[in-house]
Design a protein. Structure first.
Length: 199
């Protein structure tokens, strides 16, 4: 996944948190309060990006958004000493059957749909129609001949999961800061409830 960074002024946020906490022991917890809020925000953003990705793309194999090996998103948590929560997605191109496909017939090529809002598209290049094939290993894929000869054939590939996330990331993060503030308030309340409010 190409790296996308949302920057916040962590020192300013910590100072705002300190002003809301009532005692010195509580105020010392400000970096941990921010870290917890950042982690909760990252988890909410991960869920939000996943939901938008499923809504936008015609994904048939739901595992590609949950399996880290296939590109599923995962988080690296912030700590009190490191105010940075990170979302990661790493993965290469996927076989087209991870998306919505339709098997070839005697007269038509196999078809593919990537976007939910788009129609099925016939996979055909220079008269070479894509078709479903099962290999000796038992693996089934949609393939295409590389020339007019019967062999060789190639498996057809489609966009990698990080590319899908990249398309939905921007719209999903527009309200990032308000989500962060919501979680900061929640964490501040937990500290105050746990240690008593100022008289």
């Amino acid at each position: 996944m190409s790296e996308s960074v949302i920057q916040i002024d962590t020192q300013a946020e910590i100072e705002k948190i300190i002003r809301q906490l009532d005692t010195l022991p509580n105020r010392l917890k400000a970096p941990d309060v921010l870290a917890s809020a950042l982690n909760a925000t990252a988890n909410e953003m991960k869920k939000k990006i996943g939901q938008r990705t499923r809504k936008r793309y015609a994904i048939s194999n739901k595992k590609i958004l949950t399996d880290r090996k296939m590109g599923g998103m995962y988080t690296k948590k912030a700590t009190g000493s490191n105010g940075e929560a990170t979302l990661f997605s790493r993965g290469g191109m996927l076989e087209v059957m991870n998306y919505m496909t339709r098997k070839n017939t005697e007269t038509t090529a196999a078809m593919l749909k990537i976007l939910n809002d788009s129609p099925m598209t016939a996979l055909e290049v220079d008269g070479r129609k894509a078709f479903e094939a099962t290999f000796q290993s038992g693996h089934t894929a949609i393939v295409q001949r590389m020339s007019s000869a019967r062999l060789p054939i190639k498996k057809l590939m489609a966009p990698a999961v990080p590319m899908l996330y990249g398309k939905t990331y921007e719209e999903a993060t527009q309200d990032y800061y308000s989500i962060l503030q919501k979680h900061i308030q929640r964490e501040v309340e937990r500290v105050l409830d746990g240690f008593g409010r100022a008289a």
